[in-house]
Design a protein around this ligand. Structure first.
Ligand code: ATP
Length: 365
C-alpha cells in the first residue's frame, strides 16, 4: 500500500477567451489507510481535484504521486484506483454476483476465487441474500453497496468517491456511511471522498480538507476544524446551525486584551502575544460563536439585545431565532424553551468566541 501526494496542483479550464482557475496550487497528502474528505461549496474545485487524482483530468501544473510512483501523466487504467460516483452504472443484464465479480474476471481470476471474494464482500456489505438478483430489483442504497462491493473485491491502491450518496435520502445515507467506512478500512488504502455535505465529512473522515475557490483553507481532524477553525470560511461552513458572526473591536494593550461588541465589553483571557499577527492597538474583528454557545437570558440588558422571532423544535434541541442589531441570530436552546414575543439578552460564552480578520478572514485568536 502507499500514500497519495498531491503537490502544487493547479487546473485551469479555458472557456472561450476566459480562464477558469478551478484548482489553485493545492498540496495534500493522504496517508495509507487514511480517509480524507474534500468538502466545500458548489464550484470550489472538489471534483476537478478528484478527477486529476483519478487520471480523468490532466492538471495544468503540479504532480500526483501514489507511493513512489508519479502518476501525473498516467491514464486512468494504469492507476489501480476504485472510483465511485453518484451514478452507479451496474451492468443491468448481469446478476449482482457477476457485477461484483466482473472486475476480477477481466483481470484473469479463476471463477472459484472470484466468487469466494464476492461472498466475503457481500457478507460485510450485508447483501448476501441479494447476490442472485438483477440490479433493477435493488433499491438505490443496495445498488450503491454492490458498487462498493465491486471495488472491495478488487483491492485497489487508491479509493476515490465523488458524492456517491447525493441521490440517497437522509436515512439511507446514515445507513451507508458506516458501511463505506468499514469497506475503506478493510481495504486499507488511501481514500479521497468528495462531498458538499459537511455532515458526511464530519462523520466519516480521519481528516477534513475544506476547499474554497480552488484553495485549501484547512486540513485537520473533524474535531479540530469544528473547534479551532483557521478561517471565517471554515467556521461558517462546518457545523449546523452555522457559526453566528458579529462585528467587534479588539483592543490589545500591555499584554492584555479586551473585545467590544455593540456596547458590551469583554476582558479576554488571552494575552496580546497570542493574537495571530495583531500587535498592541485597536483592530476591527469579526467575532464568531457557535449557536450552541449562546445563552438566552430573560434580562434584555444581559448581552446582545434580541427580539424573539420563532422557535424550530427538533426534539432533542430547539433552534431559536432572534432579530438583533447584527441581523438574525440563531441560538440552540433547550427543547423546553418557548420564546415569547419580547426582547431577550443573548449571552456569549467567551471561552468559545473565535476572532477573525475582517478583510482576509484569517483566524486572529
Ligand atoms: P460541484 O459540487 O458543483 O460539482 P465542485 O466543487 O466539484 O462543484 P468543480 O466541478 O471542480 O467544482 O468545478 C470548479 C470550477 O471549474 C467551476 O467554476 C466549474 O464551473 C469549472 N469547470 C469544471 N469543469 C469544467 C470544464 N470542463 N470546462 C470549464 N470549466 C469547468
Amino acid at each position: 500500500m502507499s500514500d497519495v501526494k498531491i503537490r502544487d496542483l493547479t487546473k485551469i479550464y479555458q472557456d472561450g477567451d476566459d480562464e477558469i482557475v478551478a484548482v489553485d496550487g493545492i498540496d495534500l497528502t493522504i496517508d495509507d489507510n487514511e480517509f480524507v474528505t474534500l468538502v466545500g461549496p458548489s464550484g470550489c474545485g472538489k471534483t476537478t481535484t478528484l478527477r486529476c487524482v483519478a487520471g480523468l483530468n490532466k492538471p495544468t501544473s503540479g504532480t500526483i504521486t501514489f507511493g513512489d510512483r508519479e502518476v501525473t501523466d498516467l491514464p486512468v487504467q494504469e492507476r489501480d484506483i476504485a472510483l465511485l460516483f453518484q451514478d452507479i452504472a451496474l451492468y443491468p443484464h448481469m446478476s449482482v454476483r457477476d457485477n461484483m465479480a466482473y472486475g476480477l474476471k477481466i483481470r484473469g481470476f479463476a471463477r472459484q476465487e472470484r466468487y469466494a471474494r464476492v461472498e466475503e464482500a457481500a457478507k460485510l456489505l450485508q447483501i448476501s441474500d441479494q447476490l442472485d438478483k438483477s440490479p433493477a430489483e435493488l433499491s438505490g442504497g443496495q445498488q450503491q453497496r454492490v458498487a462498493l462491493g465491486r471495488s472491495l473485491v478488487r483491492d485497489p491502491e487508491v479509493f476515490l468517491f465523488d458524492e456517491p450518496m447525493s441521490d440517497l435520502d437522509a436515512k439511507l445515507k446514515a445507513e451507508l456511511r458506516p458501511v463505506i467506512e468499514q469497506v475503506t478500512d478493510e481495504i486499507g488504502c488511501p481514500t479521497l471522498y468528495v462531498t458538499h455535505d459537511q455532515e458526511e465529512a464530519m462523520t466519516m473522515s480521519d481528516r477534513v480538507a475544506i476547499i474554497n475557490d480552488g484553495n485549501l483553507e484547512q486540513v485537520d481532524p473533524p474535531k479540530v476544524v469544528y473547534e479551532e477553525p483557521d478561517s471565517e470560511f471554515v467556521s461558517s461552513f462546518i457545523g449546523q446551525p452555522s457559526t453566528q458572526f458579529f462585528d467587534g473591536r479588539l483592543a490589545a494593550q500591555n499584554g492584555s486584551t479586551s473585545l467590544t461588541i455593540s456596547d458590551m465589553e469583554f476582558d479576554l483571557s488571552m494575552s496580546s502575544a497570542d493574537l495571530n499577527g495583531y500587535g498592541d492597538g485597536e483592530h476591527d474583528v469579526r467575532v464568531g460563536i457557535r449557536p450552541q454557545h449562546i445563552r438566552v437570558s430573560d434580562d434584555a440588558s444581559d448581552g446582545i439585545r434580541g427580539t424573539h422571532i420563532l422557535d424550530e423544535p427538533l426534539g432533542d434541541e430547539t433552534h431559536s431565532f432572534f432579530d438583533t442589531e447584527f441581523g438574525e441570530i440563531i441560538v440552540v436552546t433547550d427543547p423546553a424553551f418557548e420564546g415569547r414575543e419580547q426582547e431577550y439578552g443573548l449571552v456569549l460564552d467567551e471561552s468559545f468566541v473565535r476572532l477573525f480578520d475582517p478583510v482576509s478572514g484569517d483566524r486572529v485568536a
